[in-house]
Design a protein around this ligand. Structure first.
Ligand code: 3HC
Length: 314
C-alpha cells in the first residue's frame, strides 16, 4: 500500500470509530500530537500533586487529611497510567521527564497558582478536578486505545475528587463569616484559571483541527468549557458562592451561562513560564526526581538480577 492509501485506510478506521492500537499504522502527525498531549497530561497529574501536598499537615481534621492523602495518591496513579499510555508510542518516560525539565513539554497552567488557604483545596478539588472530569470524560472516547482506556480508570476517581472539593466549599459556606469569606476568596482566584484548563478558543487552537479529524478530541475546547461553566455556575449558586464575573448572565434562548472573555494575556504569560509558581513547581520536580535516582537504580539492579536468574522469579 502507498502512503496515501494507508492514510485513506487510517481515516476510514477513525471515521468508523475503531480504536487505534500501539502496533497499528498511524500517520506521523497522529503519533506526534498524541505523544505531546498524553505526556503533558501525565506531567500535569504529577505536578498537580505539589500544591495539595503542601496542605496534608495543615488539614483541619483527620478525616480531611485522609481524604486529601487519598486524592494525592490517586493523582500519582493517574500520572503513572498516563506515562504508561504515552510509552506505548515508543518513548520512555525518562525522555518525557527530561523534556519537561528542559522546558520542552508543558503541564497545565492551573498548577502554577498558589494554594493559599484550606478553601483553595476545596476550590482545586471542585473546579480543577471538575474541569478535568468534563475534559477527561470526552477523552475516554479518544480514538487511541491506551489513552481512552486510561481515561476510563481515571474518570472513576475524578468524581470523588470533585465531590470532596465541593463538600469543603459547601461546609465553609455553611460556616462562620470568616469561612464564607475564605471560600469566596478562593472562588475569586480559581474561577478564571480553571476555565483556561480547556485551552484557547477553538479559533486560536493550532492543534484542534487535526485532533478533531483524528478523534483525539471528539468535542472542542469551547464546547467543553461551556459545559463546565453551565454545570459549575449552578453548583456555585446552590451553596451561595458568587461567580466572580460582572458579565455573567443566563441566556434563556441558548440555555447557557454567558461569561466575560478569558484574560488570554495571563494565560499566555503563565503557559510561557511567568506564573506565580512556575519556577517553584519545576525546580521541586527536578529536585525530587534527582533525589529518587537511587530508587530507580535499585529497581533496575533488582530487575537485572531477577532476569539473570529466572529461577528466583516468583
Ligand atoms: N495549560 C498549559 N498549556 C495549555 C493549556 C493549559 N491550560 N491549554 C492549552 N495549552 C497549550 C497546548 O498544550 C498547546 O501547546 P503545545 O502544542 O505546545 O502542546 C497550546 O496551548 C494550544 O492549545 P491547543 O488547544 O491547540 O492544544 P490541545 O489540542 O492539546 O488542547 C488541552 C489543549 C485541552 C489541554 C489538551 O491538550 C488536553 O485535553 N490535554 C489533556 C488533559 C489535560 O492535560 N488536562 C490538564 C489537567 S490534568 C488534571 O487536572 C488532573 C486532575 O486530576 C487534577
Amino acid at each position: 500500500m502507498t502512503e496515501d492509501q494507508k492514510l485513506i485506510k487510517f481515516q476510514q478506521r477513525i471515521d468508523a470509530d475503531e480504536k487505534i492500537e500501539p502496533k497499528d499504522w498511524m500517520p506521523e502527525g497522529y503519533h506526534k500530537t498524541l505523544f505531546r498531549q498524553i505526556s503533558q497530561h501525565a506531567h500535569s497529574e504529577i505536578i498537580g500533586m505539589q500544591p495539595e501536598a503542601n496542605w496534608v499537615l495543615r488539614a483541619p481534621s483527620l478525616r480531611a487529611k485522609k481524604i486529601l492523602l487519598a486524592k494525592i495518591q490517586d493523582e500519582a496513579g493517574h500520572g503513572l497510567y498516563l506515562y504508561s499510555a504515552a510509552e506505548t508510542l515508543g518513548l520512555d518516560r525518562s525522555e518525557m521527564i527530561d523534556m519537561l525539565h528542559k522546558g520542552k513539554a508543558k503541564y497545565s497552567s492551573i498548577f502554577n497558582y498558589p494554594v493559599l488557604t484550606w478553601a483553595d483545596i476545596g476550590a482545586v478539588g471542585w473546579l480543577v478536578d471538575g474541569a478535568a472530569i468534563v475534559n477527561q470524560t470526552m477523552l475516554a472516547k479518544c480514538s487511541y486505545g491506551p489513552y481512552a482506556r486510561a481515561m476510563l480508570r481515571i474518570c472513576k476517581e475524578e468524581g470523588f475528587h470533585q465531590r470532596q472539593g465541593y463538600e469543603i466549599m459547601a461546609k465553609m459556606m455553611n460556616g462562620t463569616e470568616a469561612q464564607k469569606e475564605m471560600a469566596q476568596d478562593a472562588m475569586n482566584r480559581w474561577w478564571e484559571p480553571s476555565l483556561m484548563m480547556f485551552g484557547p478558543h477553538d479559533t486560536d487552537s493550532p492543534n484542534s483541527k487535526d485532533s478533531m479529524q483524528w478523534k483525539i478530541k471528539v468535542e472542542s475546547n469551547d464546547r467543553l468549557r461551556q459545559r463546565f461553566i453551565d454545570r459549575t455556575v449552578e453548583q456555585a449558586h446552590h451553596i451561595g458562592l458568587k461567580v466572580p464575573d460582572a458579565n455573567l448572565k443566563y441566556n434563556k434562548e441558548t440555555l447557557h451561562w454567558e461569561t466575560s472573555d478569558i484574560n488570554w494575556e495571563e494565560f499566555k504569560n503563565v503557559v510561557n513560564g511567568n506564573g506565580p509558581c512556575n519556577h517553584q513547581r519545576l525546580s521541586h520536580h527536578i529536585k525530587c526526581h534527582n533525589e529518587g535516582q537511587w530508587v530507580r537504580e535499585a529497581a533496575l539492579a533488582f530487575e537485572a538480577k531477577q532476569m539473570s536468574n529466572p529461577a528466583t522469579i516468583k
